[in-house]
Design a protein around this ligand. Structure first.
Ligand SMILES: Nc1ncnc2c1ncn2[C@@H]1O[C@H](COP(=O)(O)OP(=O)(O)OP(=O)(O)O)[C@@H](O)[C@H]1O
Length: 651
């Protein structure tokens, strides 16, 4: 096959929806740079670009040789499906290439190196990176590696006493919350991962109390502590959780004062600049911080994590909180999932076990020595939110285990687990769907409650602030979550149907009072971020405005924005599971499509279920599609980091 026929084949794959124009452009760029580029180089370049487009930071050539379809997610769920024979025929072109062939071909190119340099591509073992992403990995490796070294050999006696006081009433054994604090006191990097309600925020507030106490003893000074989350919505929720956790904790005022009460977004923390990927804070202008905490860390992509680490002063401690089992960011890199690989095993080495024995009064069984990161990672395991009789908690666990049989029996046991249900819809117009989304009252509210609050438009101007807030709260009681964007069961199709049921006669995309919208592009001038949700309402003067929660520390609870200033929005009755991360709703309805595909994974279903606070409804017409989803995990196919400190993939 010559260069032109590779480009022709790439064009054909574009018509099939398998590759994008950007992938073709990157192959073209490689020819411009190296007119003698081999066919292998062109394919490798186009495929690295394709992988980035679907959130993978590199092309794993080893996996490509074993299973090209699964490695490249070709065909994806959202494209015109080619006949099986055509898929096999097209992908067969990789059958003739062994890993050695790929590596040899790439080694011959002047556009590929294995380390520092200025080539567009970097080959690291069997993984091919765009240089920028390889550099991000280097930053992670270096900056996290630095922080993993213990900074203390012992803890002062006073801290011993505080630990006993803070955790004395915990009955859980082992006390993972205490273990998390004790490990985080040892080095400048810590990860606390756990499912919903496992006490991440509670543990964090206790940890901060200990760190503040420690600094007061060691340096007689106050700490600068910054708290952030990847999105505005997540930041608002974190602030709320911290406030709640602080209410339940007794501590001296000087310590309480140092604990940050308000989280900001990572973009704001780093100082984003319009139309630039670069932030105001970086290694030459680092953040003024002793401790930086990021909650909902599963949503951080590789580029953002590298930017954050680049902006951290060498002496600053980084604490990541989040649920490793949730979906990764939509952007490239499942950083949290990769960092937490092996967290379940608690594979602590002898030094870590001794430290825990001494300060957490815990003797854990030896579970083999994990990676350096494993030593500073703790997984909280007991949900304090979902009791033993909670269907949501049990369902989430069963999905995480990939146990399809248990999942089915939990969903079928309506007497024991009334907070979870499965409605097998017959088709896209099934009356039960309309009934569900329009429900106003009961345990499983739909959008009926939200419509009622909208109708209660106040007569007095000074009541609008509260009304706007109440509408936003009512809207957040329920959400329809989808796996896909397109099709009858995707966000686009469902939004249209739901809109017609809830606000009949409204044209898609046009403004009307009651239209909920999601911001689809960061607007730094307005301070609205991708994923923020608002609702269009008539203000006191009868003008249509969009009401958003106010993320600023000053001003009221809400803000009113003219729809004219919001070009990048979409209707938000239904949203993707990806976009729902960092949010929780009283009732969640998760809609799965009728066809199987690589997007449908255990992580997706788990994330959807754990967005629900009190009621979860599965809307899936094909049980086999649901079963396939919970039996396939992203982690199995993840392009795991291969740098020195990352845990090695188990698969
Ligand atoms: N050790 C504990 N004993 C009893 N209750 C606890 C304990 N830890 C946390 N809780 C309670 O469990 C609830 C959830 O705790 P918390 O908000 O800290 O969890 P989280 O993991 O941060 O939750 P989220 O999933 O919202 O991020 C809170 O009401 C908290 O007071």
């Amino acid at each position: 096959m010559n260069r032109q026929s590779v480009l022709d084949r790439i064009e054909h794959w574009i018509t099939l929806g398998w590759l994008s124009r950007l992938d073709r452009a990157f192959a073209g760029f490689l020819i411009d740079q190296e007119p003698t580029a081999t066919e292998s180089l062109l394919w490798a370049g186009a495929l690295v670009s394709h992988q980035l487009g679907r959130g993978e930071v590199c092309l794993d050539l080893e996996k490509l040789c074993v299973n090209p379809g699964a490695t490249l997610a070709i065909p994806s769920d959202e494209v015109r499906r080619a006949a099986d024979e055509e898929i096999d025929r097209e992908l067969a072109l990789f059958n003739t290439h062994t890993l050695a062939d790929w590596l040899q071909a790439l080694a011959q190119s002047t556009l590929v190196t294995t380390a520092e340099g200025n080539t567009p591509l970097v080959l690291h073992g069997p993984r091919l990176y765009l240089r920028r992403y390889w550099q991000y990995q280097q930053i992670l490796d270096h900056e996290i590696g630095l922080r993993l070294r213990p900074v203390r050999d012992n803890l002062p006696a006073a801290l011993h006493a505080s630990l006993s006081e803070l955790f004395g009433r915990n009955t859980e054994q082992p006390d993972w919350q205490k273990i998390a604090c004790v490990l985080a006191l040892r080095a400048r990097f810590a990860i606390i991962t756990g499912g919903p309600g496992t006490g991440k925020t509670t543990t964090l507030t206790k940890l901060l109390q200990l760190l503040i106490q420690l600094a007061a003893g060691e340096h007689q000074r106050k700490l600068s502590i910054l708290l952030a989350a990847p999105t505005g919505k997540a930041a608002a929720r974190v602030s709320e959780s911290i406030a709640q956790a602080l209410e339940h904790l007794a501590m001296p005022d000087p310590i309480r004062e140092q604990i940050p009460k308000k989280a900001t977004t990572l973009h704001r923390l780093l100082g984003s600049r319009p139309d630039s990927r670069r932030f105001q804070h970086h290694r030459h202008n680092p953040l003024l911080a002793d401790i930086v905490i990021v909650d909902e860390a599963s949503m951080i992509d590789l580029e953002m994590m590298a930017s954050l680490l680049d902006a951290l002063p060498a002496t600053a401690q980084l604490i990541l909180l989040g649920d490793k089992d949730q979906l990764a960011s939509v952007e490239a890199g499942s950083v949290m999932g990769d960092l937490c690989r092996g967290a379940e095993q608690a594979a602590y080495d002898q030094a870590t076990l001794r430290w825990l024995n001494q300060y957490a009064a815990t003797t854990l069984p030896a579970a083999g020595s994990g990676s350096a990161i494993n030593q500073q990672t703790v997984m909280l395991r007991h949900s304090h939110r979902f009791g033993a009789d909670s269907g949501i908690g049990r369902l989430a666990n069963a999905v995480n285990l990939g146990d399809a049989g248990l999942v089915q029996s939990l969903l079928a046991d309506k007497t024991r687990y009334s907070d979870v249900q499965h409605i097998p819809l017959s088709d896209a117009t099934d009356a039960r769907l309309k009934q569900l989304v329009t429900a106003e009252t009961g345990d499983a509210p739909g959008y009926g409650l939200y419509q009622r609050v909208i109708r209660q438009r106040p007569s007095k101007p000074n009541a609008y602030e509260q009304w706007g807030w109440d509408v936003l709260q009512a809207f957040d009681c329920f959400r329809v979550l989808c796996a896909l964007r397109r099709g009858d069961w995707g966000v686009e199709g469902l939004n249209q149907r739901l809109e017609q049921w809830l606000f009949p006669g409204k044209k898609p995309g046009l403004w009307y009072p009651g239209r909920p919208v999601m911001i689809t592009r960061n607007d730094y001038n307005l301070g609205l971020m991708n994923g923020d949700i608002g609702v269009a309402l008539l203000d006191a003067a009868g003008k249509l405005r969009v009401v958003f929660p106010n993320a600023e520390s000053s001003g009221g609870k809400i803000r009113w924005v003219s729809p004219m200033r919001l070009p990048d929005v979409e209707t938000a009755f239904a949203m993707t599971v990806h976009k729902s991360q960092g949010s929780e709703f009283q009732h969640v309805a998760l809609v799965l499509p009728e066809t199987r595909g690589p997007v449908l994974t255990r992580e997706l279903v788990y994330t959807g279920i754990t967005r629900a606070k009190s009621q979860f409804t599965l809307l899936a017409s094909r049980p086999d599609v649901f079963t396939q989803a919970i039996q396939s995990s992203i982690r199995q196919g993840a392009s795991a980091q291969n740098l020195s400190l990352f845990p090695k993939p188990t698969s």
